[in-house]
Design a protein around this ligand. Structure first.
Ligand SMILES: Nc1ncnc2c1ncn2[C@@H]1O[C@H](COP(=O)(O)OP(=O)(O)OP(=O)(O)O)[C@@H](O)[C@H]1O
Ligand SMILES: [Mg+2]
Length: 317
């Protein structure tokens, strides 16, 4: 399943805040790099969490190598405009940005979709880079902003096509829109958690992406699932063994109070039930495969957790 995703040239990882977008984008990057692909990771919100997931400090607008075969860049709409002007209209790169920054703010706030178009334009520019015949990047993985922003970005080229009826802008936007709509080249992936709001938002994003954009939905990651470690029956047995009636015996056998063990088992049961419930719900309501990514308990953050999530992803059927 992961191989099918990694065959694409461009993957967007989207979903509600905190669902694991940066971690999963980084884990996909590691898996692609392991397959000897040259990977570019793009962080849209410039928070620095994507490079952190790959064991690096913050990165800028120019791609920087963060792991073998993996480079990372942080998106910046204003720098993107500068690059655009430099490439297509031969405007030199400004050292003093102030006047251009003002013009930029004016245009970007006045013309709807300008910032989105610059973001998508930069992604497309990187996709198009070539070393001779060969693409400069084999795969580009985009850590998207929270749900609200991703749809306008995916539609920015189409919206721009309606504005620009001819010329260089028109031909670029047509090309970008075709790339995004090509299921062989591009896919959207959606992150969810086994909790109500993240799951609802994931389904909503799935439905809206299907009706409002032309992008293919490659997979939904149900992240931080909990394994079925105990059964309802074993929890009942444990509860009864620790009940007032048998408490002395239980204390003796455990060498302490059994309450913590009981609560642990009850919690494990509840978390596993929630994982199963949301997994079912997402599978029923989504047209794409749902890949479960188990919660990683041993490590906290950074590259260590990304590595574990990558290994877990590889193992999901
Ligand atoms: N499978 C997992 N097991 C345990 N912890 C996880 C797992 N996936 C992600 N995390 C942790 O959950 C937190 C949120 O993950 P992450 O930053 O990737 O989410 P995000 O969707 O990118 O958040 P934001 O919307 O703030 O950008 C991080 O601390 C991350 O290390
Ligand atoms: Mg993030």
């Amino acid at each position: 399943m992961v191989d099918a995703l990694l065959r694409r040239r461009l993957l967007f990882v989207a979903g509600k805040g905190g669902t694991g977008k940066s971690t999963l984008a980084a884990a996909l990057a590691l898996l692609a790099a392991r397959r000897n692909k040259r990977v570019l990771c793009i962080e849209i919100d410039a928070k620095g969490s994507l490079p952190a997931c790959l064991g690096s400090g913050p990165v800028g607008f120019e791609p920087r190598v963060v792991q073998p075969n993996i480079s990372c860049l942080s998106m910046h709409a204003e720098e993107s405009l500068q690059e655009y002007l430099r490439l297509y209209f031969k405007v030199p790169r400004f050292t003093r940005m102030t006047p251009l920054a003002r013009v930029f703010e004016f245009v970007a706030t006045g013309v709807p979709g300008t910032k989105d178009m610059l973001i998508v334009g930069k992604i497309a520019y990187e996709e198009k880079r070539r070393d001779g015949e060969r693409p400069h990047w084999d795969i580009i993985i985009v850590d998207s902003e929270a749900t609200g922003h991703v749809l306008p970005q995916l539609n920015a080229a189409r919206a721009m096509m309606d504005l620009a009826k001819g010329g260089i802008i028109r031909s670029q936007t047509v090309w970008i829109d075709e790339m995004l709509a090509d299921p062989e080249r591009t896919a959207l992936t959606i992150c969810a958690l086994p909790e109500e709001m993240p799951a609802v938002e994931a389904i909503e994003l799935h439905d809206r992406a299907r009706t409002e954009t032309r992008i293919a939905i490659g997979a939904c990651f149900l992240n931080r699932t909990f394994p079925q470690l105990v059964t309802a029956r074993s929890v009942r047995t444990l509860e009864s063994a620790a009940s007032a009636e048998h408490l002395d015996e239980a204390r003796k056998r455990l060498g302490g109070d059994p309450a913590g063990v009981v609560v642990g088992a009850q919690l494990a049961l509840r978390l596993a039930d929630a994982s199963a419930k949301y997994s079912r719900r997402l599978r029923e309501q989504m047209t794409c495969p749902v890949l479960e990514v188990p919660v990683q308990a041993g490590v906290r953050s950074g590259l260590a957790i990304t590595r574990q999530v990558a290994t877990a992803l590889e193992q999901t059927a």
